[in-house]
Design a protein around this ligand. Structure first.
Ligand code: MN
Ligand code: MN
Length: 466
C-alpha cells in the first residue's frame, strides 16, 4: 500500500475526532459565531436560576409559547411552558405522534456555583461592613477573592412583598469584593493546602466602610448600609432571613483569543447547554415526537429540592401530558428518551496529568457525548446502554454534527455527576452530552464557539427525529 492508501485506511478505521473548523464549511463557522453573539447576551442577562428562568420564559412567549394549564387538552404544534417556582422551566412543543410514543427531552441546568449570603449575613468589624456567605456548589474557594462581585436575588419582606435585587451589573453600579491577604503577610497562609488557601468562613464580602453621619454609637457603618438598603428596597435586617441573595462574578461574557474562537464568562456550566436546548425548543416546528427542554435548578448541589430533577416535578408534568390522551404517566415516561445536556471537562494542556488523553474531550472538537460520568468504579452515574449510545451516535453522524467522546478525567482522579441518573431512574433512556469547558466551576469559565453551536445542532436533530 502506498501512503495515500494507508492514510485512507486510517481514516476509515481509526477513531480520530477532528477540529470543527477543519470539517465544517466556513458558513457554519460563521453561523456558530453568530449564534454565540446571542449566547453572550443571554449570559449577561441571566446569572441566577431565577433570572435565567424569567429570561427563557420571555424568549418563549415571543415565539408563541403559552403558560401550561393543567388539565388542558393540547394538540400537535402547541407550544407550552411550565414554570416551576420561578427557578426552573420546561418548554414543550406537542408533536404529531401520540404522546404514547414518548417524548424527546433535552435537560440542562441553570444554576451555577456561587456565593450565597448566609441567613443573617450583615456585620460590622473595624469600621467595615461585610456579608457572611455560604458557597453554593463545588468551588475552589481561593478563586473567589479579589474579583468584582455582583449581588442578585430576592428578598421577601414581612408583608409578603418580594423585592428583586440586582446590584453590580450596570457599569455605573458599585461592585463588591472578597478580600485576600497581601503576599507580604501571606507566609503562613501560603503553607495551607490549596483547598484551604481560602476557607469557607473567610469568604466575607466587603460591602461598605462609611459610618452613619454624625453618629458616634456602635455599628454605624452597618447602620448606614441598612439605612441605604431600607431607603432603596425597604429592607430591614430581619428581612435577610427570608431572602435568597447570591453573589456572582460581575464580569460580562467576552470573546477569548486573538482569533475570537472562544468565550469567557461566568456560568457556562450549564447555561452553555441550557441556551442551545432552549433555542432548539424555540426552533422546533411541528415536530413528530413531542419535544421538551427541561431547564432545571439545584444540579450543582445534588439536584435535591423541589426545583431540582431529583424531585417529581418533571414526572408530574408527564402525568398531565399522558392524561390528555388517557394514558398513565409511566407509559409515556418509559418510552421517552433524554439528552442530559451538561458540560464536561475539556483537556487542558497545562494540566494533562488528570486526563486520559485518548478518553478526553477537547475544545473545538464538537459537542461531547459521555456514556457515563460518576466517580471511582462508575459510582453515582447512569451508564447509558450501547444501544442508546449507538442510536445517538448515528443521529449525530447522519446530521453532520461534529461530536466527540467526553469523560471526566482519569479513573480515580475525581469525578462528578449530572442530572442523567435522576432521569434514568424514572425509566428513561438517557445519555450525557454537552460542551467541553476549561476552568469549569471557576468564576470565569472558557468554552469554544464551535462546540456551543454543535450542541445546538445536536438538540435540534434530536427534536427532529421521525
Ligand atoms: Mn453542570
Ligand atoms: Mn457543575
Amino acid at each position: 500500500m502506498d501512503k495515500t492508501e494507508i492514510d485512507a485506511l486510517k481514516e476509515k478505521l481509526f477513531y480520530n475526532p477532528k477540529h470543527a473548523s477543519l470539517v465544517v464549511p466556513d458558513a457554519e463557522i460563521q453561523a456558530a459565531d453568530d449564534f454565540c453573539e446571542d449566547y453572550k447576551t443571554f449570559l449577561d442577562k441571566g446569572k441566577t436560576e431565577r433570572e435565567v428562568t424569567s429570561e427563557i420564559i420571555e424568549m418563549a412567549k415571543t415565539e408563541g409559547f403559552e403558560e401550561f394549564i393543567p388539565g388542558e387538552r393540547y394538540t400537535a404544534g402547541d407550544k407550552i411552558y411550565y414554570n416551576n417556582r420561578n427557578k426552573a422551566v420546561i418548554l414543550c412543543v406537542i408533536g404529531k405522534r401520540s404522546i404514547i410514543d414518548g417524548v424527546k427531552i433535552a435537560a440542562a441546568h441553570i444554576d451555577s456555583p456561587r456565593l450565597d449570603l448566609k441567613q443573617n449575613p450583615l456585620y460590622e468589624d473595624s469600621d467595615m461592613a461585610l456579608f457572611k456567605t455560604h458557597y453554593y456548589g463545588g468551588i475552589k474557594k481561593y478563586q473567589w477573592p479579589t474579583i468584582p462581585l455582583a449581588l442578585h436575588g430576592v428578598v421577601v419582606l414581612s408583608d409578603g412583598t418580594s423585592v428583586t435585587v440586582t446590584v453590580g451589573e450596570d457599569d455605573k453600579d458599585p461592585k463588591f469584593v472578597v478580600t485576600d491577604l497581601l503576599p507580604h503577610l501571606g507566609a503562613e497562609q501560603g503553607k495551607r493546602t490549596l483547598n484551604d488557601g481560602i476557607k469557607g468562613e473567610e469568604l466575607n464580602i466587603l460591602i461598605g466602610s462609611r459610618p452613619f453621619k454624625d453618629d458616634d454609637a456602635s455599628e454605624t457603618v452597618k447602620l448606614n448600609i441598612l439605612n441605604i438598603l431600607y431607603e432603596k428596597y425597604g429592607i430591614t435586617e430581619s428581612d435577610f432571613l427570608s431572602a435568597e441573595l447570591e453573589a456572582v462574578p460581575a464580569f460580562k461574557a467576552c470573546d477569548i483569543g486573538f482569533d475570537r474562537s472562544m468565550i469567557g464568562a461566568y456560568g457556562h456550566d450549564d447555561r452553555v447547554c441550557a441556551y442551545p436546548a432552549v433555542m432548539a425548543a424555540l426552533d422546533a416546528q411541528d415536530p413528530d415526537y413531542t419535544v421538551m427542554s427541561v431547564l432545571t435548578d439545584k444540579e450543582e448541589i445534588g439536584s435535591d429540592g423541589n426545583t431540582g430533577l431529583n424531585s417529581s416535578y418533571m414526572k408530574y408534568f408527564f402525568n398531565y401530558l399522558a392524561a390528555m390522551e388517557g394514558y398513565d404517566g409511566y407509559e409515556v415516561i418509559r418510552k421517552s428518551e433524554c439528552l442530559s445536556a451538561d458540560v464536561t471537562a475539556a483537556f487542558d494542556p497545562t494540566y494533562p496529568e488528570v486526563m486520559d488523553k485518548r478518553n478526553s474531550a477537547f475544545i473545538n472538537k464538537g459537542v461531547a457525548v459521555m456514556k457515563y460520568t460518576g466517580a471511582r468504579g462508575k459510582s453515582g452515574t447512569s451508564d447509558a446502554s450501547a444501544e442508546f449510545m449507538g442510536k445517538i451516535r448515528s443521529l449525530l453522524d447522519n446530521a453532520g454534527v461534529v461530536w466527540q467522546l467526553g469523560a471526566l478525567g482519569k479513573v480515580d482522579a475525581g469525578g462528578g455527576g449530572t442530572v442523567a441518573k435522576y432521569v434514568a431512574n424514572l425509566d428513561i433512556d438517557v445519555i450525557d452530552i454537552g460542551v467541553p469547558v476549561l476552568s469549569m466551576h471557576s468564576p470565569f469559565e472558557t468554552v469554544a464557539k464551535t462546540d456551543v453551536y454543535m450542541a445546538y445542532k445536536a438538540f435540534c436533530e434530536f427534536f427532529r427525529m421521525k
